[in-house]
Design a protein around this ligand. Sequence first.
Ligand code: G3I
Length: 350
Amino acid sequence: AQSGLKDLFYDDFYIGAALSGNDVREQPTSMVMTLSNHFNSLSPENLMKWQSIHPDSGKFQFVQADRYVELGKRLGCHLVGHTLVWHKQTPEWVFKDQGGMPRSSKDLSAMMQDHIQNVMGHFKGSVKTWDVVNEAFTDEGDFRPSAWYQTLGEDFIKLAFQTANEADPEAELYYNDYNVWKPKKTDAILSYTSKIRNQGVNIHGIGMQCHLGLEYPTVNQLEVAIQKIIKHGFRISITELDIDVLPNQSGRQGADIDANFPYEAKYDPYKDGLPPMMQEKLTQRYREIFKLFLKYRKHIDRVTFWSIRDQDSWLNNWPIRGRTAYPLLFDEEYQLKDYIFDSLTTLKKG
Ligand code: G3I
């Protein structure tokens, strides 16, 4: 086997990839080869989310996730679970009763505990790291006004971590979010997670998703956030790395996109391939980002890409469908983009 990404960064951090339901169902040989050459950690893109794994009350559906775990074990990968408590991809019945009334705080906490106990219990010993709570803060540093927060208050985060720790005391428990580099958000996350840790709650680290653009955020903005996390005594994982070549990413997400969003629905300038100049930009960006990660390698457990191939990236459908964003390191044939790999190799070998 060729010496791959995971070998290049073997002394530094795990190199991970997120897999889709299709990936684990079909397991094409070229994908399995790529995983075995380049990756030593896996994350489930959607297949362990509440709606996938616990679609109805009392009904757990572990088939896909079991396949994911089997594949990961066969490849000797460090396995991540994503994500136990989130406001998205969670069925309506969790938050509302049959009459459509919001659940009481007693019922909703019971639902959360039942979910965490069952899911983590099922994968105990196999899945070593969990994104316990996902995206509970806004970019402005407020608690996101989700049903979780509105019904249970900020303690829903604490309850989730306590329950997760009881379900599998060996598991590494992460708080995971996007735009963790935005100062108000970083501070809010760290202030809350430190507070509950001081109350005895086990939190291993902060997951920085890192859905990046070519220019935003700056390396310095990311570095300031990394330093703050370290200062608070948490580990770091880069949980969902991708770099969007289209100029649509400025750290804005979903509803934050302004009404004057300048790109037409069909804006897809590089649909026939990424021109050399853009390849160069993407390479430089990956290089400066990995240079930063290497600088803090003692504190970073893992760098996970959000999919393997460009064509499977969620970014092709966000913020509008039908874009070609080239955010990852592999093309449709699972061929590594040598121009990026070579640059990371020289970076690493100094
Ligand atoms: O499976 C259906 C398919 O049957 C249907 O035809 C199609 C058309 O709408 O939709 C398909 O479901 C989509 C699903 O991905 C599977 O591709 C959903 O619409 C779509 O909303 C969903 O998007 C996922 C997104 O989370 C939802 O919030 C992305 O795949 C997934 O990459 C993304 O991952 C999140 C992380 O969990 C948390 N951090 C941000 C990250 C990116 O948004």
